[in-house]
Design a protein around this ligand. Structure first.
Ligand code: FA5
Length: 336
């Protein structure tokens, strides 16, 4: 039943709770618990009707005072808590606009294709325009396709010129894109007449210098038809160089030996005041055609092995092939 003590106890309990409130939600709940329809203070108010007039006046006064104090305390605590929350939020989201901009780890400039791929794509377009198909082959290659099928048996001295990394399973990192020749001929979709180019990465045990990398790019080319002559070969090579350079660069053709062509040639380009080997080629050896399941009495062909990395060097006048593998952004940005 209502009494001066019960009003006093309710008020002091309420004020203590309000004081201890740590967040605004708690305060909202507390307001309902005390002053809501079924709130504790409201319940006491309702009990006023059951006491006599004298007490009603006294308790009524006490209750009103208690209610006022509780409301006041709720409001001021609510203001304190909302100020605190705002300050915390500001602190968390505060940005020091005077700090220097964060530098990205690499660069936020838009990226671009590596110069080798830019030239590779141009070459692919040129050759597509000449009726060639672009094909691909594995970088980890069978010894058979890299040597044997190219008329380079295990005992052939030509093997010594192209050592590479071998896997424990007896495969190797291909030393040239010529490994694609017999692979392409074996492919049943490639029945002659056919024209293919195959760009890709190759690997060699090499004394690295300004024009020799251990990892570099080549592009193989092959054409097979009823009658293919050295004249055709020279025509396609001149066309490719003229289109890449925009003029006829200074070149020379001389005899060259590769077991998989007969006759074979070296095509050199004049670069940095001397000749640089660029584009060896020749008419495909009958034995290679046989390995590919093609009758050499009915079909002839030419093949070339373009030094793609060196072509990029001579086109852009890059003095050292090692720049191309360096990942140096100062170098690469010149081609974006
Ligand atoms: C070959 O790789 C033959 N497969 C090319 C070939 C294909 C001949 C078809 C006949 C018919 P060679 O080892 O010379 O040949 O390499 C071909 C070209 O690759 C060279 O002329 C040169 O431009 C480039 N090259 C060779 N070795 C390196 C190297 N270490 N670094 C950069 N480019 C190289």
């Amino acid at each position: 039943m209502i009494s001066a003590e019960s009003v006093d106890k309710l008020k002091s309990d309420a004020l203590r709770l309000i004081e201890s409130a740590g967040d605004e939600n708690f305060l909202v709940d507390l307001r309902v618990k005390l002053l809501g329809k079924k709130g504790e203070l409201t319940q006491l108010m309702k009990q006023l009707g059951q006491v006599d007039a004298e007490q009603r006046k006294e308790f009524g006064g006490l209750l009103n005072k208690a209610k006022q104090e509780v409301e006041q305390s709720l409001s001021s605590k609510q203001k304190i808590l909302s100020d605190q929350a705002r300050r915390a939020k500001l602190e968390k989201e505060w940005i020091d606009v005077t700090l220097p901009k964060k530098q990205p780890l690499v660069s936020d400039a838009p990226g671009s294709l590596h110069p080798i791929f830019q030239v590779q794509q141009e070459l692919e377009d040129i050759f597509r325009g000449l009726g060639f198909t672009v094909v691909d082959g594995p970088e980890v290659e069978k010894e058979y396709y890299n040597f044997e099928a190219l008329n380079i048996p295990a005992t052939h001295p030509a093997r010594d010129m192209q050592d590479t990394i071998w896997t424990t399973a007896g495969d190797l990192l291909r030393t040239h894109t010529s490994s694609i020749q017999v692979r392409a001929l074996e492919n049943v979709k490639n029945t002659p007449p056919l024209r293919i180019v195959a760009p890709g990465k190759v690997f060699r045990y090499e004394r690295v210098d300004a024009s020799h990398g251990h990892t570099f790019y080549q592009m193989e080319g092959m054409m097979i038809d009823r009658e293919v002559t050295v004249g055709h070969l020279i025509y396609f090579m001149r066309t490719l160089l003229r289109q890449i350079f925009g003029f006829d660069p200074k070149i020379r053709l001389r005899p060259g030996y590769f077991p998989f062509v007969e006759p074979g040639f070296e095509l050199d380009i004049w670069f940095n005041e001397k000749w640089m080997e660029l584009l060896p080629c020749g008419l495909i050896h009958p034995k290679v055609l046989e390995y590919g399941g093609i009758d050499p009495d009915k079909w002839q062909g030419f093949a070339f092995g373009l030094g793609l990395s060196r072509l990029v060097m001579s086109r852009y006048k890059i003095n050292d092939i090692r720049h191309l593998q360096s990942s140096d952004l100062r170098f690469l940005r010149q081609f974006s």
